[in-house]
Design a protein around this ligand. Sequence first.
Ligand SMILES: [Zn+2]
Ligand SMILES: [Zn+2]
Length: 268
Amino acid sequence: MKINYHIHSQHSIDGEMSIENACEKAIEIGLKEIAFTDHLDIDWPDPDFDFGKLDIEKYLMDLEKNKERYKDCLRIKAGIEVGLQPHVLKEVEEIIVTYPFDFVIASIHIIQRMDPYQGDYYSNKTKEECYRLYYEETLELVKEFSNFDVLGHIGYIRRYSPFHYEEDDDLICLSLIDEILRVLITKGKGIEINTSGYKHTSKTPMPTPRILGRYKELGGAIITLGSDAHTIDDMGFGLDSGIGAIRELGFEHITTYTGRNPEFIPIV
Ligand SMILES: [Zn+2]
Ligand SMILES: [Zn+2]
């Protein structure tokens, strides 16, 4: 099953491809189903590069047009990647219930009003403190918020980290990570395997196979697969490796969504 469930189009502030061009590329590389998951990060701290700007109606109309255009060769799903912060949850909830999304990724990009991409987040903290704050925030948010399907890119905090990555860094805060996974499992939520992680020096997806294995050990079975593509070149990035990692851990299904309802597709 060739799928990509994490794609950003030009409707996202940082997307570089049109929905149409992304679909063309998907067909070219043999994908059968894709979900666009454009960004909606309400109250982004930098007003000059505001991830909270998404014209949802225009985005959904564009998706509908392309669903029709490619209906014979590609299944296209209308997803969204919502950014969670403690003070925006009600607003995010209202948006999710207002529009007919197929699939919702909840992601944590901002921690205590800081964007790790800007680098300041890591100042005056040890590596462990940087990780701990991210996981503590994530735990609180997944306890508080429930209207999503999968938690996005667990371990994201490593992406812009200036600290040298060690092989066992995914064990930092393991008990907190376990707690996050338990909350997700209890709530019937999944996690994504985000293959953009293979670009990182660790050469592992987010989360790492070890954390994915923990999710399985604790009883989790809902996994989506996505490359977090913002460009045409990344439409298929790491997907084969991602599937390989999932299979190696003994997962038997990958999850797709229609109208927020999961379907479990056997990994062949
Ligand atoms: Zn993200
Ligand atoms: Zn993304």
